[in-house]
Design a protein around this ligand. Structure first.
Ligand code: ADP
Length: 496
């Protein structure tokens, strides 16, 4: 009897493979970084062959270090960096261009044109997304417009498009399977999240041939099997989700109103809204969380651009801490920030402000301000910014938030999570297992092959490390949030 699952966590800067047991515990983890290519300011690319080879290396190494055979592995699941575009030749598997990474801004001008024509309204209504260079669609179009010969080949059906999940599975099955799941499709700008189909009107506007697009399947599904030449046997590939949706699943946010916040370099906040696709009035994205048992569930998504990165700035820019883990102790050595606010809008502000001209701002300095106050105010800014997004979600969804499930590197900070609970007046839960993304991929794969009977079976694994409970009076909360709102106001429009 197979006792393990293997998860591929194909991230933006590294490929990872993790062997999990049925209880969701890590048996082995192997990680490998790969190259980032910056051909011009604002452009970001990766080599698709290096994505695949680094991923395959971690897979074979994780399997061998875990000392398991392919028969011991019930299924394989994939979580991936989202929106990144790869186009390759169907007959040879050769990419026609580098992978264009989600961060790449090269199609910003084209997006502005779509907006000027009002087509962004159609895009939002059908895909739940704002018209931005971030998403896949305009990047595919860029390849077809700019790489000689590709449009003709695409129209003849000789080229395939995929997000990274699709590319990995196509390679892992020896070129047999061209597939993605609902969550990844919902990030392409081409997929109608209400009718669950590639959208003809958008495809026509962007001039993208339908025959290059993958089949869209549920997030738990028997997509195919790994080719014997890679892992010794044929392992069922049975789970796919975009990294943030996978984390939502890994955190067992199965009920509407449940929220997870990944406190990493930035913060990625997703709220399960159940079978209802909630259209945002506050600049959040509507996205498919996953498709299971013939139905899809939706999520609202918002992100904070600079979160843990501001702690790196304290360390590397200001040099007032030596390591991120030192920040908590220093922040707790003072009773409050002494009235100081730090708004780390280094690259503008995301939801719900959407101000690209906002810049980092420090307010309330006095002769008595010490580094401890600045450090504390910076840690608090992660919670304030997340709170702004979560409040917007609550308003959009009309669903009260039950708890916030925390993960990511900066969720190690007890100070940040306690302040988050205080400021938003909800429990914040840190699970024992903070590799939520990979775990979500493994769970989806496990469901796909019956390794788990249902979601309840998975829920049994959820183990809590610590629950942070709100511990300040309402008047204090109002006062603190009032100061933050004022500070944000003053950071806005600065770079205009
Ligand atoms: P990503 O996946 O976005 O690269 P991670 O989830 O690995 O990021 O988190 C990295 C971030 O976590 C860094 O920005 C770092 O500043 C922050 N971080 C790491 N350890 C701590 C800590 N003990 N306290 C606060 N922040 C931390």
């Amino acid at each position: 009897m197979a006792e393990y699952l293997i998860a591929i966590d194909q991230g933006t800067t590294s490929s990872r493979s993790i062997v999990f047991d049925k209880q969701g515990r890590i048996r082995q983890i192997v990680q490998k970084e790969f190259s980032q290519i910056f051909p011009k300011p604002g452009w970001v690319e990766q080599d698709p062959r290096e994505i695949w080879s680094s991923q395959l290396e971690t897979l074979t190494e994780a399997k061998s270090r875990a000392d398991v055979s392919s028969r011991d592995i019930a299924a394989l699941g994939i979580a991936n960096q989202r929106e990144t575009v790869i186009v390759w030749e169907k007959s040879t598997g050769k990419p026609v261009y580098n992978a264009i990474v989600w961060q790449c801004r090269r199609t910003a001008e084209y997006c502005d044109r779509l907006k000027a024509n009002g087509f962004d309204q159609i895009i939002q209504a059908k895909t739940g997304l704002i018209t931005d260079a971030y998403f896949s669609g305009t990047k595919i179009r860029w390849i077809l417009e700019n790489i000689p010969g590709t449009r003709r080949k695409a129209e003849k059906g000789d080229l395939l498009f995929g997000t990274v999940d699709t590319w990995i599975i196509w390679n892992l099955t020896g070129g047999k399977v061209h597939v993605t799941d609902y969550s990844n499709a919902s990030r392409t700008l081409l997929y109608n999240i209400h009718t669950l189909a590639w959208d003809s009107e958008i495809l026509q506007e962007l001039n993208i041939p339908r025959n290059m697009l993958p089949e869209v399947r549920p997030s738990s599904w028997m997509y195919g099997r790994s080719d014997r030449k890679f892992l010794g046997g044929e392992i069922p590939i049975a789970g796919i989700a975009g990294d943030q949706e996978a984390a939502l699943f890994g955190q067992c946010c199965f009920e509407p109103g449940m929220v997870k916040n990944t406190y990493g370099t930035g913060c990625f906040i997703l709220m399960n809204t159940g079978t209802k696709a909630v259209e945002s009035k506050k600049g959040l994205l509507t996205t498919i969380a996953w498709g299971l048992d013939g139905a899809v569930e939706y999520a609202l998504e918002g992100s904070v651009f600079v979160a843990g990165a501001s702690i790196q700035w304290l360390r590397d820019g200001l040099k007032i801490i030596e390591s991120a883990s030192q920040a908590d102790g220093l922040a707790e050595s003072v009773p409050d920030t002494g009235g100081v606010y730090v708004v780390p809008a280094f690259t503008g502000l995301g939801a719900p402000y959407w101000d690209p001209y906002a810049r980092g701002t420090i307010l309330g300095l006095t002769r008595g301000t010490r580094r401890e106050h600045l450090i504390r105010a910076t840690l608090e800014s992660l919670a304030y910014q997340s709170s702004d997004v979560i409040k917007a979600m609550e308003a959009d969804a009309g669903v009260p938030i039950k708890t916030i499930q925390a993960d990511g590197g900066a969720a190690r900070s007890n100070f940040i999570l306690q302040f988050q609970a205080d400021i938003i007046n909800t429990d914040v839960v840190r699970p024992k297992m903070i590799e939520s993304t990979a775990l979500g991929a493994a769970y989806l794969a496990g469901l796909g092959v019956g390794f788990y009977a249902d979601k309840e079976d998975i829920q049994k694994n959820a183990a809590v490390d610590r629950v942070f409970k709100p511990a300040i009076p309402e008047a204090k909360r109002t006062e603190l949030l009032g100061g933050w709102k004022e500070a944000v106001k003053r950071s806005r429009g600065w770079a205009k």
